[in-house]
Write a protein that binds this ligand. Structure first.
Ligand code: PGA
Length: 258
């Protein structure tokens, strides 16, 4: 695991954008796994800037989003379809047919989930997966006790997640109870995984994910078993890491590493 601590959210977002840009420069037809939520907003802003100012090209890129609320139509302002269109897709040159987001309104979820998994494989697998983390340690909507081998499926959201996400809705009662989400097993098959986290409120979850035992109680801890994972953190969210000094020392030594 590579752990990179940035002073601010903006710097963390820029590091993340550079990782994405490096991937696209070496593989213009890369398959990206994308996340929603407030965390990757800075990353998406920076990618849009790089597209406009530096010509970062998305014309051959394929994307798969992690999750979607069940029951929200694509044009609902809190749907992840809406979020992705507003914050990224409408600002870059990605072909519409290359975008995949789980459907929150299909009439056959089981068949859709199977198709989603199959489609990822058909496209060659995910090269770079972007992740956030919940304050309960979840990745995508893989709530505590989700199997670490789980695949795309319907999940019941945890109370904590509903409370955390209520800020985007008029009230907690409006937050959907179910979501369709890639599984931990699906995420673990990505060739590279980059988890972004900021804010003090997630410091305990991040410390548990990086330094605690691998457990389905903190599904982000499964990344300890991933051969190519990166945690991009801001100063506040890194505050409970016991080995912080070591990570910063590695970071400082990195340019000279053999
Ligand atoms: P947030 O959500 O980026 O809005 O904090 C992250 C998550 O729940 O995975």
């Amino acid at each position: 695991m590579e752990i990179i601590i940035s002073e601010t959210y903006e710097q963390m977002s820029q590091v993340a954008a550079r990782v994405v840009a490096r991937t696209l420069n070496s593989k213009p037809n890369a398959v990206l796994g994308l996340a929603t939520g407030s965390t990757p907003l800075g990353l998406y802003q920076e990618l849009v800037r790089m597209h406009r100012a530096e010509g970062l090209d998305f014309s051959q890129v394929t994307t798969f989003n992690l999750d979607e609320y069940v029951g929200l139509r694509e044009d609902h302002r809190q749907s992840y379809h809406y979020f992705m269109h507003e914050n990224l897709f409408q600002h870059i040159n990605i072909p519409r047919q290359n975008i995949h987001i789980p459907s929150g309104t299909t009439d056959n979820y089981e068949a859709f989930c199977r198709w989603y998994e199959e489609r990822i494989k058909q496209c060659g697998g995910i090269d770079l997966q972007i992740l956030g983390i919940g304050s309960d340690g979840h990745i995508a909507f893989n709530e505590p006790t989700s199997s670490l081998g789980s695949r795309t499926r319907i999940k019941t959201l945890a109370k904590q997640t509903i409370e955390d996400n209520a800020r985007f809705f008029d009230s907690a009662d409006e937050v959907p109870v179910y979501a369709i989400t890639m599984g931990v097993g699906t995420i673990m098959e990505a060739r590279k995984v980059v988890l972004l986290a900021n804010k003090k409120s997630k410091a305990a979850a991040v410390a548990a994910a990086i330094e605690g035992p691998v457990t389905s109680m903190i599904t982000a801890s499964a990344l300890q078993l991933h051969p190519n994972s990166m945690f991009l953190l801001d100063n506040e969210v890194a505050s409970q890491l016991k080995m912080r000094e070591y990570y910063e020392w590695i970071q400082a030594k990195m340019p000279d590493a053999p």
